[in-house]
Write a protein that binds this ligand. Structure first.
Ligand code: ADP
Ligand code: ZN
Length: 625
């Protein structure tokens, strides 16, 4: 335990920054990183709330390295996903940091070898899943380290897994409080991208982190452009979006169901896009193979359910597309946050329509959950619907949901092409009163398609059959198109004035419809956007496979560097980004360093990589010249 008689040397102020520059080759900390790292270096507990892609890993990796150098021993990293440990450890080893994982993919000899490294105090970081950590054998090893002052720090990644509120709940996380009880003097840092109060409260309580300092980083991801479009023909819209903006680039397409995942992947493949499916219903080895391929190969599209993504730290995902509406803003933000971790321009794109609103509402209504829980779910869905329907800056809404004030961003669809609004009060009243007349007329309710037919005065069989051509509301909505009416209905449902119930989606008035019917509430709605023309040549000037502005010669060097990187990655059995990020290669291509000293100045090259790869890189640059 650390006290005043502690023989280990104190850790100096600048140790963290020194490690950042030397090991990772980065110039400066981002945002809260500096304060967090200082706090943990000093041996205190921390709870870190940072958006996906915000830079959480360094918050424990830098202290782990600095503390190990000061004789404090190993940092234990609790991580829920065995499948990803290999690449995380590979990335550290590439940077010259001695790290390892212990999990069921190792054979007995490999595991024993790592245990020896661990017990000898040579390992800097050890990754393991909670179920492993909680075994008597593992705890006994930690005891041994602790007795010798060699258990430096415990980092609990994806800490929201301890909370039943999120969809990532993992029973085994509940057992982790034993680490605190057993090793009270060892500092702990818990990290998550989930920011709602419930989850945060659960983390503090269940991991016994009540005395930890909470660091809440800015949730803004300025390089991500948010776009939400009306669903017309979602597949065709998706295809156009990928072709126009992200041809040949890596992306994730989220769908709500397994079937839709399969169908969409198949559709994209037929259109010549390298897309693969991923969902929990697939054979686990096929699923894993698809995930590996996505991580390792360039420019693949992963079509997935939300089962895919946690812990995926591939930095060059250029877009995240949603074909279905997520459940809430937390989900949307977490999923879209997987785009652009490398800080380069990326897109979060979603299609959204009437059926999404209806389905999500119904899913909550039909669930067997307690009423209290449903109420929370409904409120969360409402916030997401308000985001989708909103006329103002998407980012301002997102950030304000996380309690952070901001100004219009200039990098979302609403900022870039302010949508026109129209006064839909009258149209809404027509729709609502028509629904009212249906009931009055025959006691029956009807769905959206029929309602729109009646409003537009179409003499369909069904209209005749029910005598709806005799209603006073027949044909009162001829001035609007089908699509416009669907928009009105969608927005009325989103706003809670209408409910779509039962198997056939019968439309029913809710209590709040009265105010609209009486003309007490006015309604400003988005003008349904005409599908946006291609924005390919937008300001960033990006072209295929070069995610940032580079002149022609530099682009040639970039491509040469990528080819070299691919060979190294294959040789080391690691994803290419673990060797170097695109941003690092692009800077090399642009600045053309001609000496090791010049190369050392590029962001993302630490001393180990400079030594291991420097001469080769200089050669590639020369040959490409
Ligand atoms: P998170 O775990 O919060 O989702 P990561 O730890 O994966 O995010 O970091 C996102 C990306 O940002 C990584 O590629 C990482 O190398 C990079 N990064 C983090 N901190 C810095 C920094 N201070 N300077 C430059 N790049 C950074
Ligand atoms: Zn904006």
């Amino acid at each position: 335990m650390l006290d005043t008689t502690d023989p280990t040397p104190a850790i100096e102020e600048g140790a963290g920054l020194g490690v950042l520059r030397e090991v990772f080759g980065y110039e400066a900390f981002r945002g809260e990183q500096a304060a967090i790292i200082q706090h943990v270096l000093a041996g205190r507990d921390a709870l870190v709330l940072m958006p996906t892609g915000g830079g959480k890993s360094l918050c424990y990796q830098v202290p782990a390295i600095a503390r190990h150098r000061a004789g404090r021993g190993v940092t234990l990293v609790v991580s829920p996903l065995i499948a990803l440990m290999h690449d995380q450890v590979g990335a550290l080893e590439e940077s010259g940091v001695h790290a390892a994982f212990l999990n069921s993919t190792l054979d007995g000899d490999e595991a024993r070898q790592i245990e020896r490294e661990l017990l000898a105090g040579r390992l800097v970081l050890l990754y393991a899943a909670p179920e492993r950590i909680l075994t008597p054998r593992f705890l006994a090893m930690l005891d041994s380290l602790h007795e010798r002052g060699l258990l430096s720090l415990v980092a609990i990644d994806e800490a929201h897994c301890v909370s039943q509120w999120g969809h990532d709940f993992r029973e085994e996380y509940l057992g982790l409080s034993v680490l605190h009880e057993r090793f009270p003097g060892v500092p702990r840092i818990a990290l998550t991208a989930t920011a709602d109060d419930h989850t945060r409260h659960d983390i503090l309580e269940r991991l016994q982190l009540q005395d930890a300092r909470a660091f809440v980083a800015s949730f803004d991801r300025p390089n991500i452009r948010y776009t939400i479009v009306e669903k017309v023909d979602p597949r065709a819209q998706l295809l156009q979006f990928i072709r126009d903006e992200h041809d040949g680039e890596a992306g994730i397409v989220y769908c709500a169901s397994r079937k839709k995942v399969e169908e969409t992947a198949e559709f994209l493949r037929r259109q010549g896009i390298a897309a693969w499916p991923y969902h929990a219903g697939m054979e686990s080895d096929v699923r894993k193979a698809n995930q590996d391929r996505f991580l390792r190969e360039d420019g693949l599209v992963m079509v997935a359910t939300i089962a895919f993504g946690m812990g995926i730290d591939k930095p060059d995902v250029r877009f995240v597309a949603h074909l279905d509406l997520p459940k809430n803003i937390e989900g949307y933000y977490q999923e879209t946050g997987r785009a652009g971790r490398d800080g380069l321009p990326a897109d979060a794109w979603m299609t959204y329509g009437l059926a999404d609103v209806v389905n999500q509402r119904r899913m909550i209504d039909d669930s067997p959950a307690a009423e209290e829980f449903k109420r929370v779910q409904r409120a969360k869905l409402d916030a997401l619907l308000a985001l989708a329907e909103g006329l103002d800056c998407r980012r301002v809404r997102l950030l304000s949901y996380f309690g952070q004030a901001s100004r219009p961003c200039g990098n979302c669809d609403n900022c870039l092409q302010p949508p026109a609004a129209w006064d839909a009060t009258e149209a809404a009243r027509k729709a609502l009163s028509c629904i009212y007349r249906f009931r009055q007329h025959s006691g029956l309710g009807f769905g959206a398609v029929h309602l729109i037919d009646v409003l537009r005065g179409k003499a369909t069989d069904k209209v005749h059959q029910h005598g709806h051509d005799r209603l006073s509301t027949f044909g009162i909505g001829e001035d609007l198109s089908d699509a416009q009416w669907r928009g009105v209905l969608r927005q009325l449902i989103a706003l809670g004035h209408l409910a779509s119930v039962g198997e056939y989606g019968t439309l029913e008035l809710t209590a709040s419809a009265r105010a609209v019917l009486k003309g007490d509430a006015s309604l400003m709605l988005r003008v349904p956007a005409v599908p946006v023309a291609t924005r390919k040549a937008r300001a960033t000037g990006r072209t295929k496979a070069v995610p940032m502005p580079l002149d022609e010669l530099a682009a040639g060097r970039f491509v040469a560097l990528k080819a070299w990187r691919a060979a190294i990655a294959r040789e080391h059995n690691l994803p290419a980004y673990v060797v170097f990020h695109d941003a690092t290669l692009a800077q090399m291509a642009r600045e053309q360093p001609d000496s090791l000293t010049a190369l050392a100045g590029i962001s993302g090259i630490g001393s180990k990589k400079l030594q291991a790869y420097g001469p080769q890189i200089l050669r590639v640059l020369q040959e490409a010249a």
